[in-house]
Design a protein around this ligand. Structure first.
Ligand SMILES: Nc1ncnc2c1ncn2[C@@H]1O[C@H](COP(=O)(O)OP(=O)(O)OP(=O)(O)O)[C@@H](O)[C@H]1O
Length: 332
């Protein structure tokens, strides 16, 4: 299912972001004894090909160490590929990193690009000068971000005093002041509360709809993908394992949802069709059932036959879906 970026004549297919057989190999040296060192190759990205069209919002997911950050670093030009061809907006990122910087925005959830000791607005003023953003454009973009990301009351606050959610919104604004056509987001909702997550997601949806900004989103939060991306790419061990809609990923992973039920008292594992008890703790039981199946008949059956007090449905997390998919039937 992996999409190839190559056309019949061998050129890179139309795509705002296009990778063709891209690899990145790191050489790691390990001390194995006195004066002895062993050289080892780590293939962080291993023959990756895909294209992303202008205006697409794509989830880019995979387990830890899969090669996501390495891909993003190559797409920004920080790292040079060991092999293959890579273009963003027609630019070879590692060759023309500065030119590309004016066309892309990057947000890393775990790190900030803002000036820690300065009020938030000062980081924006610096970006204004650094990117040589025309005054009217800067003002317009700043006003829009301030309004939609609710930053007005925070502009004069030093960044170190901001909460994680406030800082994240501040970072997203900083990445957008120069009107980038493509935005790389690395865990933009990590550690945020439900309200902040909703704000960030709402803003990204609006940005994409209004400006057709192309977004590549790395996350461990399945809801980020569900609410924002029509397409998801899964990478593992540097290779593309899946490229398609999120619903298809569930099928590929044959994933399961979990129904958590609280009974009136401790009971032996409940027995209901098409679900199985996977854990029991006092009066609470966990039932796994196929993700593609509605929970309603299951709930009705349980309510009719058991002394039910409360229940909730838990979605499978991405790690579990990927692990299962990788173990059972890798799609390539
Ligand atoms: N500079 C480097 N030198 C050596 N090995 C590296 C370097 N950068 C990354 N790697 C290795 O390449 C592989 C892919 O790493 P990468 O950071 O791209 O994964 P990731 O998918 O972003 O993981 P995570 O979700 O944990 O951030 C890992 O095995 C990692 O240890």
């Amino acid at each position: 299912m992996a999409k190839t970026a190559e056309t019949a004549d061998g050129s890179l297919a139309e795509g705002f972001i296009a990778l063709q057989d891209v690899a990145k190999v790191f050489e790691v040296r390990r001390k194995t004894g006195f004066l002895k060192r062993e050289r080892r190759e780590v293939r962080a990205v291993d023959g990756l090909s895909f294209t992303v069209a202008r205006g697409e919002m794509v989830g880019y997911i995979g387990p830890n160490g899969a090669g996501k950050s390495t891909t993003i670093k190559m797409l920004t030009g920080i790292l040079t590929p060991s092999a293959g061809r890579l273009r963003v907006a027609g630019i070879d990122p590692s060759r023309e990193r500065r030119r590309l910087a004016h066309r892309i925005g990057v947000v890393f959830g775990q790190r900030t690009t803002l000036w820690w000791d300065l009020p938030l607005i000062d980081s924006y003023r610096l970006a204004h000068r650094m990117y040589r953003i025309p005054d009217a454009r800067y003002r317009e973009n700043l006003d829009r971000c301030v309004e939609l990301l609710e930053l007005q009351a925070l502009l004069d606050v030093p960044v170190r005093q901001l909460s994680l959610g406030q800082r994240m919104r501040g970072d997203i604004a900083a990445a957008l002041l120069h009107d980038p056509e493509v935005l790389y987001l690395d865990e933009p909702t990590i550690g945020l509360d439900v309200v902040s997550k909703a704000k960030v997601r709402g803003f990204l949806r609006e940005l994409n709809a209004e400006r057709s900004t192309t977004v590549l989103l790395t996350t461990h939060d399945l809801q980020d993908i569900e609410q924002l991306c029509s397409r998801v790419m899964v990478i593992d061990q540097g290779r593309l394992m899946y490229d398609g809609p999120l619903a298809g990923l569930h099928e590929a992973g044959e994933s399961e949802r979990t129904l958590v039920v609280d009974l009136e008292r401790e009971l032996p594992p409940v027995v209901v069709p098409s679900a199985r008890v996977v854990r029991v703790e006092g009066p609470r039981q966990w039932l796994a059932f196929p993700a593609g199946q509605s929970a309603a008949p299951l709930v009705a059956r349980l309510a009719a036959e058991y002394p039910l007090v409360d229940l909730s449905v838990r979605e499978p997390d991405i790690e579990a879906v990927i692990a299962k998919m990788y173990a059972e039937k890798a799609v390539s």
